[in-house]
Design a protein around this ligand. Structure first.
Ligand SMILES: Cc1ncc(C[n+]2csc(CCOP(=O)(O)OP(=O)(O)O)c2C)c(N)n1
Length: 372
């Protein structure tokens, strides 16, 4: 293992002073250190955006790198092939490996991508190195030197990072608590009580774990993985089942990742869709790295994109009354709920008890049965 400080220092020694990315807990250490020391790290909305920002740095003469989880590799492929590779822009990409070396040791959503990363990069003809958990800083320096040579030659180098290869940061601050905010569990309980008849789609990460613990039922679809697509999935369900309320529980990081879907929802205008964004200002599921929601108003964006009814709900009473109205009137509806960072243990994932197939089947059964 190398330390987070060694990870960042070795890059700085080689002139890499600008960075971007979407967090994975495996890069929690370096991202926290960069934030703590006021270094250039742009928290991107999605991995393709991170690569484009880094390409911009590179176009302006600054050596840059990005950090992402391999689940975000799909988001990256378009700007990788059509921007970075086409214009031969030097950007160094670090990819944390979920579902690898053994996909059976990880969550089902990583099963396909884990073993695919190395062959995918081979297919693209890109140079890559793998940093294993038992390797030391000497090997890391050697990998960086080789990667820098490749990028000077106009090829986009990748470093694939095994879990445990990079250490956590010590002594970095955690996200500020705000006791005046609701907890995500409080918000989920209010949704559970108000929206008993609804089909519920919950976003990836801790939210789905909490929904599973607090409000599990066959009408709930847990979207593990596919970060940012919960609202689009809910849109499809809402359009297919217009007589049934559909509630999507989203996160701020996830909503920002594919914010364009709000415009599509506004355009399609499903009257039965209720979009609840639990906005804690951080990617809490990967360790609490900040999102950019602090400068974004989800209700204002949704209103401007064609949602009929939007609201910021800061108290349990406001959320309850919003849901009451939303379930009685025509949408699409959106509310943003500022929430506190979680405390205590996070409950297990839905897939600790149910297979992906079971989650799908019982959801389909419930949603289709009730029409019969
Ligand atoms: C495409 C993609 N990129 C990154 C991840 C890793 N990841 C899983 S959950 C998560 C954070 C989600 O943040 P947010 O929606 O704000 O919810 P919170 O964790 O704060 O509840 C991230 C970055 C992922 N699963 N998929």
């Amino acid at each position: 293992m190398i330390t987070a400080q060694e990870f960042v220092d070795a890059l700085e020694q080689r002139g890499f002073t600008a960075s971007s990315g979407v967090p994975c807990s495996h890069f929690g250490g370096p991202i926290a250190l960069l934030g703590e020391h006021g270094k250039e790290y742009v928290p991107a909305a999605n991995e393709g955006g991170a690569l484009a920002v880094a390409a911009g740095f590179s176009l302006a003469g600054r050596a840059s790198y990005i950090m992402l989880q391999n689940s975000g590799l799909g988001n990256l492929i378009n700007p990788l092939t059509s921007l970075v590779m086409t214009y031969r822009l030097p950007v160094l990409t670090f990819v944390s490996m979920r579902g690898w070396p053994d996909p059976a040791d990880d969550e089902p959503q990583h099963e396909v991508m884990g073993p695919l990363c190395h062959p995918l990069l081979d297919t693209l003809g890109l140079p890559h190195w793998t940093l294993r958990a038992d390797e030391d800083v000497e090997r890391y320096h050697a990998v960086l030197d080789a990667a820098v040579d490749e990028s000077k030659a106009g090829r986009a180098p990748f470093v694939l990072v095994e879990r445990g290869a990079v250490g956590k940061a010590t002594g970095c601050g955690t996200a500020a608590d705000d006791v005046d905010r609701m907890t995500s569990v409080e918000a989920i309980r209010i949704v559970r009580e108000r929206a008993k008849e609804a089909a519920v789609i919950s976003t990836t990460g801790y939210t789905s774990r909490e929904v599973f613990a607090e409000a599990d039922g066959p009408n709930t679809f847990y979207m593990q993985g596919s970060m940012g697509h919960a609202s689009a999935l809910a849109l499809g369900v809402a359009l297919a089942k217009p007589a049934r309320p559909v509630v999507v529980l989203d996160g701020d990081g996830a909503a920002l990742m594919h914010l364009g879907t709000l415009s599509v929802i506004g355009d399609q205008s499903p009257t039965n869709l209720v979009h609840v964004v639990l906005d804690n200002g951080i990617h809490e599921s990967t360790g609490g790295q900040r999102t950019t929601s602090g400068t974004t108003s989800f209700p204002a964006v949704a209103k401007a994109m064609g949602y009929r009814h939007v609201r910021q709900c800061t108290t349990p009473g406001e959320l309850d009354s919003f849901l009451h109205t939303a379930l009685e009137s025509e949408g699409p509806h959106l509310c943003a709920v500022p929430t506190r960072p979680r405390s205590g243990a996070v409950p297990p994932r839905a897939t600790s008890a149910l297979s992906a197939e079971e989650i799908k089947k019982r959801f389909i059964r419930t949603v289709t049965e009730q029409d019969a």
